[in-house]
Design a protein around this ligand. Structure first.
Ligand code: FAD
Length: 277
């Protein structure tokens, strides 16, 4: 489990965050909650983020550590307004702690609602960021909308299985879309956050950053905790900002299974993790 997840609770994730920060890496914490079906679960997720943000501030781990949030975990499926209010509370706590929030991207049926929430949040909390998924056909347009000054956009391939009507299906088409989106974000005025482990796309992002004359503080790379750690160190040593997406929480099992589904080569690591937990 510890290879890909910091641990079950805040103590463990704060300890790992400190180690990563000491290694010169930035961090985005992600609380792994269950499937939020009740208001009580949504409130508990909000409170978990508020508590961890308070501790990040007290431990002087900000601004190196920010938080990633799924609006579904804050109650989006129960009541969009409730999720928005919870997200506002998390953003306010992040500002108080001297850091930022990024909204994770979930399946395509939530994209409109998530981007509307982002626009509302950015009125009061302009540093709030959002993830966009290159596999969705709409994402080039969303990149154009969001490539504006102060806008933080995480570009990833997309982790959800989506129908052909809304998403590119072949890996090549997804990669081509990723590059088109990257071009828009790197040539725009926002702050691109390039979230991939793909060596070819990382090399293209490095090239585009040079081409569009961006200094190393004007974009960042993001990789998942435990995935290609040697590449994380290489990028950081070359002067890039590298942010590690660091999940923690009681519901770690589903997260590990998703990593396995993406890369069966990790089966050995995961089997050992599951049997030792
Ligand atoms: P892949 O197509 O999976 O892999 C391409 C190549 O990368 C591989 O051929 C291999 O060379 C290398 N590689 C990949 N994994 C490994 C590994 N474990 N070990 C060694 N080499 C490897 N998805 C969402 O839907 N919403 C989000 O909000 C979201 N946030 C994310 C945040 C971060 C920081 C990251 C890194 C990913 C996020 N994702 C999110 C997941 C993302 O959409 C992809 O599902 C996931 O990153 C796998 O795609 P990839 O870009 O790494 O390329």
């Amino acid at each position: 489990m510890q290879r890909f997840v910091a641990g079950r609770g805040a103590d463990e994730v704060l300890r790992v965050s400190r180690d990563l920060a000491d290694d010169g890496l930035a961090v985005s914490l992600d609380h792994l909650g269950g499937d939020t079906r009740t208001i009580e679960q949504a409130v508990a997720t909000r409170d978990e983020y508020l508590a961890v943000l308070g501790r990040l501030r007290d431990l002087a781990l900000t601004p190196a550590v920010e938080v990633s949030v799924k609006l579904s975990a804050l109650g989006q499926r129960i009541d969009e307004k409730l999720a928005y209010e919870h997200a506002r509370a998390v953003c306010a706590a992040a500002v108080e702690a001297g850091t930022t929030v990024t909204l994770d991207a979930e399946d395509h049926s939530t994209t409109d609602a998530t981007l509307e929430t982002l626009l509302e949040l950015r009125k009061d909390f302009p540093s709030t960021g959002a993830a966009l998924q290159a596999h969705l056909r709409r994402t080039e347009g969303d990149c154009r909308e969001l490539a504006t000054a102060g806008s933080r956009v995480r570009l990833c391939k997309g982790a959800y299985t989506e129908p052909e009507s809304v998403a590119f299906q072949s890996p090549l088409d997804v990669d081509k879309s990723f590059v088109r989106c990257l071009n828009i974000l790197m040539s725009g005025e926002g702050y691109p956050m390039v979230a991939t482990h793909d060596p070819r796309l990382i090399a293209i992002a490095e090239d585009r950053a040079r081409w569009f004359d961006r200094s190393t503080g004007e974009y960042e790379f993001q990789l998942l905790y435990g995935v290609r750690p040697e590449e994380q160190a290489r990028l950081a040593a070359s002067g890039h900002t590298v942010r590690v997406y660091l999940p923690y929480g009681e519901q770690w099992y589903g997260y590990l299974m998703r990593r396995l589904a993406e890369r069966p080569a990790n089966l050995g690591v995961l089997a050992r993790a599951v049997t030792s937990t």
